[in-house]
Design a binder for this molecule. Sequence first.
Ligand code: HEM
Ligand SMILES: *[C@@H]1O[C@H](CO)[C@@H](O)[C@H](O)[C@H]1NC(C)=O
Length: 332
Amino acid sequence: MASSPVFRFVLFIVFVALMQCCNFVEACLGGGSSPVGNAGHCAAAEGIVFSGVEAAVAEDPRMAASLLRLHFHDCFVNGCDASVLLDDTVDFVGEKTAGPNLNSLRGFEVIDAIKADVELACPDTVSCADILAVAARDAVALSGGPTWEVQMGRKDGLSANKQLANSNIPGPNSNVAGLISKFQNLGLSVKDMVALSGAHTIGHARCASFTSRLNVGSNAGNLVGDKDFLTSLQQLCSNPGASNVTLAQLDLVSPATFDNQYYMNLLSGEGLLASDQALVSEAGEARELVESYSEYPEAFFEDFVAAMVRMGSLSPAAGSGGEIRRDCRRVN
Ligand code: HEM
Ligand SMILES: *[C@@H]1O[C@H](CO)[C@@H](O)[C@H](O)[C@H]1NC(C)=O
């Protein structure tokens, strides 16, 4: 019996479970010092982030998309340093009122709650920037997408840069050359750009982000490839006063599932944003990648993961300084 494979397997599981408990207890009883030697390590952290994301998404399915986008808007402005989370104060201007963020970014309260739990387990150990990176990964996995290992150890920035948020984050009316250059400015490739755009397989956009494509004019049909799709969007966004609150699904077919449907939509002229549809507007590398991802979901997942890891390792300019913020909304 003792040598049966089943018994050995059970022993192994018990062993693994015990190890997990020890790690957790150690993390929780660790007090002010970090439970394990290397800086920024907290054995319980990833589990806490996962539980927090899971609960938030159960309550509001859109939150998966919102958390993924938060990490993107963080990393594109002076690296992944949680600058996007800093609140404005009387003498401090953050990034929350920058064009791409205002009336649009969400999920701050979810990150606050996760951070509070992580601080209880491991005070002063895990940065808000790391929490954003792990939350984005878990949001993708919980939506049916791939998962990957997140490199930890990011520091939280001491400042924010609203101007850089306005200039670095691509806008929804960008053409393909504009998209490529915003990614290349940060050292990301055309492939990274097309794969990361696949994030628009989940989540929503406000009419404000795409109504300029809908204007009934001589070339309206050219701006939205599919006629029925155009008509439905014109109806949805018919009240211009509500353009900051009326929402459309970025992927009209499977709006809450992380899959390669986004690329199929582009090929049928049903991309929501002008910047989405721009990926297939002309022959070239971007269009070829869209065609390939629409056919091979595994290739999309693989390239998406590689691109998320690259985006997640964008670091602040040398000499920016950094810390482990206690409250993600303000510097210590
Ligand atoms: C390629 C250039 C990109 C452009 C021009 C762009 C633009 C936008 C815009 C305009 C919205 C709608 C915002 C609103 O109306 O409130 C949006 C939503 C979203 N974006 Fe992007 N984006 C880009 C790349 C990315 C990347 C790289 C990611 C993540 C890896 C991402 C993730 C998302 C998600 C998940 C949403 C939905 C958020 C929600 O429902 O709360 N986007 N994007
Ligand atoms: C939408 O929000 C922007 C600020 O982001 C504001 O300037 C604009 O007036 C708002 N539009 C409507 C219709 O409320």
